[in-house]
Design a protein around this ligand. Sequence first.
Ligand SMILES: Cc1ncc(COP(=O)(O)O)c(C=O)c1O
Length: 463
Amino acid sequence: MDGTFNENDISRIVEADKSHIWHHLSQHKPYETSDPRIIVEGKGMRVWDQAGREFLDAVSGGVWTVNVGYGRESIANAVRDQLVKLNYFAGSAGSIPGALFAEKLISKMPGMSRVYYTNSGSEANEKAFKMVRQLSHAKYGGKKYKILYRDRDYHGTTIGALSAGGQDERNAQYGPFAPGFVRVPHCMEYRAFEQDGAPVENYGEWAADQIEQVILREGPETVGALCLEPVTAGGGVITPPQGYWDRVQEICAKYEILLHIDEVVCGMGRTGSWFGYQQYGVKPDMVTMAKGVASGYAAIACLVTTEGVFDKFKDNPSDPLNYFRDISTFGGCTAGPAAALENLRIIEDENLIDNTTAMGARMMENLAELMDKHSIIGDVRGKGLFVGAELVSDRESRAPVDEKLAQAVTADCMAQGVIIGVTNRSVPGYNNTLCFSPALISTKDDIDQITQAVDGALGRVFG
Ligand SMILES: Cc1ncc(COP(=O)(O)O)c(C=O)c1O
């Protein structure tokens, strides 16, 4: 740390925080007797708290966000230069960084064409849902309005996005939700045995066929879109089974259902390709992204569509309702695309996609070795630097460990100076998957330090 804060400053800040801050996703009772952690500074893969303690951040800012690491002066400079030139104008007009980033982004997304700027992942998903609803009214007499979402997936925090929320603990007590959202079963092979009728062979195709069953039950003419994460994040780091995506695409094509891919976590290199869907040969109609788009240096999210989807919103200009009648005030902030442009340049110039593939493989190898040593690890899953380790009390029955024990592992790692994650208030009874998503700049030493911390923690917590 550079010592900007002295002891007095820090205790004042802790007091201000304790008195006035309502932390996200946190129970505050413990803060009556202990201090919340305040993150003061970050550089590369590491952050420092109010006491000057250093942590290796294996979760990119807690929620899969800081893909290029902390302290990037070139992004700060790009944002600063843009802000003094033009900080804001509503998105009905264009901006220089907005146009440049859109062009660059689309060059990484063959088949996609149009970028709609917003300021959070939830909001980007809401925009996609609104497009589906508008198309239903404009093209299908209001009938094709249903949006399918999957058990265990998450698409955001607003009531609309929670209506497409497949994590019952996240949703609990926030209903009633918006009508017209319909759940399809998950595709988690490790827990296939918990699904009625799931086969051992060809599970991926079976899991996709379950989506078709829902479509047939609802009536294909009522289903407008299917919204899926390429690799499910907070629902347990679920990599899709073999054969899943091909079948999903066939089903969407068969029933004229738009395929909306939520890349809020997977986007911008996290899985070892620019976008997670590209790992599986998927051709989406709509893609939403947020977290890693500017690595948290500015708030920016995007909904990207094909030209085909875009065209439907301008094919009858004499109709006053025939365009996407939506606005996002902060979608017009220019800091977002300015930061995103520099973020993308860094990923390209520093070859971070390849590094992600290589370091992700190392993390999977290290965790496989830990699996040999600790029977509490039931399964290790991942793609690139997006990895999960599911903890089970018994490998035979695959019974999940009590979440308090999983949390004890993260606490032990924290005490060792390594921040890892765990599925949190997600699927009832299954908050048992350790989550790893270090920045794409991770080195072998960083990866080894993370898995060594987990090794020590598992030894202490489970003996
Ligand atoms: C897959 C996915 N979609 C959407 C969101 C919502 O993004 P935001 O928090 O920016 O609204 C998240 C957040 O964790 C997410 O994991």
